[in-house]
Design a binder for this molecule. Structure first.
Ligand code: FRU
Length: 478
C-alpha cells in the first residue's frame, strides 16, 4: 500500500469512530467518513459486487478525489475496503475522477479520469483531463498504469470513461465539453492500453447542455441506451428542476457509426437528488444502476456529522412500453424485510391515520385507487418534513420536503399514471426517501433530514375521501 493510501486509511478509521450516526444510512452505501460523490467502477468480480466511488477522505467537502471502495455479496450488505486509488500523479495529480471497471480474465481493470492542472488551478485553460488505467489481481490492491488516452487537442473537460465489450473490441465513451456543447466521444481498443479515437459518438442538440458528464452506454432488448448527466439544461415547467440532470436517450448504434436517437431526453429519476448514475451487469444478466443520492451545490446537513453523500438503492433497469425505462429496486432488497405491519385503513375521509413511530428503515407499501379518490390531497407524511401525496387538482404525485433549518424546501412531482391504480413502494432510510411508482414506471429520490421525534408515518386525506387498496409497511433489518 502506498503511503498516500495508508494515510487515507488511518484518517478514515479515526474519523469513522467520530461520526454522528443520526442521518447515517442504515441500508445504503455511504463512505465511512468524509465526502462521497459518484458511484464508480460498479462491477461483479471474483464472486463479489464491487462499488467504488468518488471520495475525499480528509474532509466532508469535495477535494482531491480518491476512489473509495466497498464490496457486497447481495448489493445490500456492504463491506468497506481500503481506498483503491489516491491522486498520486503525474497523470492524476489533482484527482482520480469518475470511471468504470471491466473484468479481463482474472484481472479487474479500472479506467478513470486523471485530473490535473498545468499551472495554477484557477482557470480551465490550465485544466487537463486524461484517461488512466489501473489493474488488480485480488480486486483490492491496484497497480497504476498511468495515462492511456491524452486530452484531445483543444479540449479541457474530458472525463468519466465507461468501458464495455462488444464483439472483439473494448469500447469507451467519454464525456466532454466543446465550447458550450456537451459531447460524448468514442474510443476502441483491443487491450485497454492502446486506444483508437472513433470520433464523436453523440452531441447536445440546442438546449441540451454545455457538458455531458458520466456517459454510459448499454443495450436493453434490442434498443441502445445512452444514459448521461448533462450540465446546463434549463428548467422547464416541472422538468429539469435540479441544478444538473441525469437521464437517457434511446436509439441505434452499430460499431463504426455514430449513435442515432429517437425521442427526447428523459430524466431517469424525478426527485431532488439523483445524479451521475452508472450501470453494470449482474452475473445473471440484469442491468443494474446505482446513482449518487445527492445534487451538486445542495446543502448537505450531514457535513456537521463527519460525513457527506450516499448512494441510491441498486435498481434494475428494463425496457418498458412507450420506449421508456422501468427502474425498480433489485429483488435482493426484499431480503431486508422483517415484519409486515398492515394498516387496516381502506378509506380516509378528511382524516389522518397513524401508521408508525420513529421510522428509520422502512419500506412503506401504499396502493391507492385514484378513480375513487376525490380528496384534494391524499398521501403520507413523515414528521413535519416530508409529504408524498396526490394533488388531485393538478393530477400529480408530489414529493415535498420541508427542512427549512437547512434551506431545503420544495417539491418535485410527476403526472399521475394513467388508470386508477397508484402503487407506491417508499423506501425510507435515516436521511433518504426513494419512491417507486407502479412497479418502476417512475421514481422520485430525495435526501431528507428529520429531527428527533419527526419520524412518525401518518396517512392523510384532505377535503374529501381517498381509497386505499392496500397499506402497510415492512421494517427493514440488515
Ligand atoms: C460528476 C462529476 C464527474 C467527475 C466527478 C468529480 O458528479 O463531476 O464528471 O468525474 O464528479 O468528482
Amino acid at each position: 500500500m502506498t503511503s498516500l493510501l495508508k494515510k487515507a486509511e488511518e484518517t478514515l478509521e479515526k474519523a469513522h469512530a467520530g461520526i454522528n450516526p443520526r442521518w447515517y444510512p442504515r441500508y445504503h452505501l455511504a463512505a465511512r467518513a468524509g465526502w462521497m460523490n459518484d458511484p464508480n467502477g460498479l462491477v461483479w468480480f471474483d464472486g463479489w459486487y464491487h462499488a467504488f466511488y468518488q471520495h475525499h477522505p480528509y474532509s466532508t467537502k469535495w477535494g482531491p478525489m480518491h476512489w473509495g471502495h466497498a464490496r457486497s455479496k447481495d448489493l445490500i450488505h456492504w463491506e468497506h475496503l481500503p481506498v483503491a486509488l489516491a491522486p498520486e500523479g503525474p497523470a492524476d495529480k489533482d484527482g482520480c475522477f469518475s470511471g468504470s471497471a471491466v473484468v479481463v480474465g482474472d484481472t479487474l481493470a479500472l479506467i478513470y479520469t486523471g485530473h490535473k492542472f498545468h499551472g495554477p488551478a484557477d482557470t480551465d485553460d490550465n485544466l487537463y483531463q486524461v484517461q488512466c488505467l489501473a489493474t488488480s489481481g485480488d480486486g483490492i490492491h491496484f497497480e497504476r498504469h498511468g495515462m492511456v488516452i491524452d486530452t484531445p487537442p483543444g479540449l479541457h473537460h474530458f472525463r468519466d470513461p465507461k468501458v464495455w465489450r462488444e464483439g472483439e473490441f473494448w469500447y469507451m465513451v467519454v464525456g466532454s465539453r466543446v465550447g458550450d456543447t456537451g459531447q460524448v466521444r468514442l474510443y476502441r481498443s483491443v487491450d485497454l492500453h492502446k486506444w483508437y479515437d472513433e470520433g464523436i459518438f453523440a452531441e447536445a442538440e440546442q438546449g441540451m447542455g454545455y457538458m455531458w458528464e458520466c456517459p454510459d452506454f448499454f443495450t436493453l432488448n434490442d434498443r441502445r441506451v445512452l444514459m448521461f448527466s448533462p450540465q446546463g439544461v434549463a428548467a422547464k415547467g416541472y422538468q429539469n428542476r435540479n441544478l444538473f440532470q441525469s437521464g437517457y436517450l434511446l436509439g441505434e448504434w452499430q460499431p463504426g457509426q455514430p449513435f442515432t436517437h429517437d425521442g427526447q431526453f428523459i430524466e431517469i429519476d424525478s426527485g431532488h437528488d439523483f445524479y451521475a448514475p452508472q450501470s453494470f451487469l449482474s452475473p445473471d444478466g440484469r442491468r443494474i444502476v446505482i446513482g449518487w443520492l445527492d445534487m451538486w451545490e445542495s446543502p448537505m446537513p450531514e457535513q456537521q456529522d463527519g460525513w457527506a453523500g450516499m448512494l441510491s438503492l441498486p435498481r434494475e433497469l428494463t425496457l418498458g412500453d412507450n420506449n421508456r425505462l422501468i427502474m425498480k429496486p433489485v429483488e435482493e432488497v426484499s431480503a431486508m424485510r422483517g415484519s409486515y405491519f398492515p394498516v387496516p385503513a381502506h378509506c380516509l375521509k378528511n382524516q389522518q391515520v397513524f401508521v408508525a413511530a420513529d421510522a428509520e428503515a422502512v419500506e412503506l407499501i401504499l396502493q391507492w385507487n385514484c378513480n375513487e379518490s376525490a380528496a384534494e390531497q391524499y398521501g403520507v407524511t413523515l414528521g413535519d418534513g416530508l409529504r408524498v401525496y396526490v394533488d388531485n387538482q393538478a393530477q400529480r404525485l408530489v414529493l415535498e420536503r420541508n427542512y427549512l433549518d437547512f434551506s431545503l424546501a420544495g417539491t418535485r412531482s410527476i403526472p399521475l399514471p394513467e388508470g386508477n391504480r397508484l402503487s407506491l413502494r417508499i423506501f425510507i432510510d435515516r436521511s433518504s426517501v426513494e419512491v417507486f411508482v407502479n412497479e418502476g414506471e417512475a421514481c422520485l429520490s430525495s435526501r431528507i433530514y428529520p429531527q428527533p421525534g419527526q419520524r412518525d408515518i401518518v396517512l392523510f386525506a384532505n377535503s374529501g375521501t381517498a381509497v386505499l387498496k392496500e397499506a402497510g409497511y415492512w421494517s427493514l433489518d440488515k
